[in-house]
Design a binder for this molecule. Structure first.
Ligand code: ATR
Length: 282
């Protein structure tokens, strides 16, 4: 008895609110691929069973979201270099009969950042708030695009220090500091980009009205990016705006990770504009 149907889709738990099926279907239809992009609601206990389904000959690809991005690693046959370095998988696809785990959150972030703010992180100094799961892909993306220096500010310092351990090298110097406003005030003057990867400012989160930094301490001309996209304009982005900076949010990162995943999985060009139009309609 096989509980799961379909050859391409997204797995997560919960999965009800995912917009991926809508904007991915547009890409399948654009290329006349007769498949339905599924939403597989898979609890951690059911992960082995669906991975069995993915081994079938017809399986194409799956986008992977919470809570499976790390847990899925033992079930794939190989990881791309990017997935290995990030330490998380957000796409699985077939290559020569093998299940390959890949990560497009990092390149999706960079594409979203460039698209929304025009900033290229190459040789820039970046302040990053947070050191959680989402942060690893952001740090890797920044590093991969040639950022010179990254300062990670996090409430729990040891978690930021772990990221320094994992990612700092000759090309990209990374350091860790506590999330302390006084400390940050001095550091921010040397930065060209600030990225919030914490849940500060997220509606329904622990501090929905708060910002990790306020406008009086934000240098003019800064670029601010918030991976939080609910609300669309977070308190942090409002502060960036008040300081005269340019800003972007994580909405288009969601679409770009999917665009890059579709292209990796199918070897076809994604219809970028159509996918954005579909995403914005739901
Ligand atoms: P994600 O996978 O989305 O990054 P996460 O791994 O839970 O989620 O990470 C959440 C981030 O938000 C962490 O950096 C967390 O700080 P800690 O490492 O100290 O937990 C940060 N965060 C969450 N709530 C916070 C709060 N009230 N104040 C400051 N930072 C907070």
């Amino acid at each position: 008895f096989m509980k799961y149907e379909g050859n391409i889709g997204i797995i997560g738990h919960p999965i009800g609110h995912s917009k991926s099926p809508v904007f991915q279907q547009v890409a399948l239809d654009h290329h006349s691929i007769v498949e339905k992009f599924r939403a597989w609601d898979v609890s951690p206990d059911d992960l082995p069973e669906i991975m069995g389904h993915f081994k079938s000959d017809d399986f194409m690809a799956a986008c992977v979201t919470l809570p499976h991005k790390i847990n899925i690693i033992p079930y794939v046959d190989e990881l791309t270099r990017t997935a290995k370095q990030v330490g998380a998988v957000n796409w699985v696809f077939k290559k020569n009969g093998n299940l390959v785990g890949h990560n497009t959150d990092c390149s999706g972030f960079i594409r979203s950042l460039k698209d929304q703010t025009g900033l290229d992180p190459q040789s820039k100094t970046v302040l990053v708030f947070g050191a959680g799961g989402a942060c690893r892909a952001i740090i890797y993306g920044l590093k991969d695009s040639g950022a010179k220096k990254i300062i990670i500010a996090n409430r729990t310092l040891v978690k930021a220090e772990q990221l320094v351990n994992d990612f700092s090298d000759y090309n990209t110097q990374i350091s860790a500091i506590p999330l302390d406003k006084e400390n940050i005030k001095n550091i921010v003057r040397d930065c060209q980009l600030i990225v919030n990867t914490t849940s500060i400012g997220m509606s329904g989160g622990p501090l929905p009205k708060d910002s990790p930094l306020y406008s009086e301490n934000i240098p003019p001309g800064i670029v601010g990016y918030d991976i939080v996209y609910a609300p669309v304009e977070t308190p942090f982005l409002k502060e960036v705006q008040k300081a005269g900076g340019t800003f972007g949010n994580g909405i288009s990162m969601l679409v770009y990770q999917g665009i890059e995943g579709f292209e990796m999985a199918t070897g076809l060009d994604a219809p970028v504009e159509k996918m954005f139009a579909a995403f914005n309609k739901v």
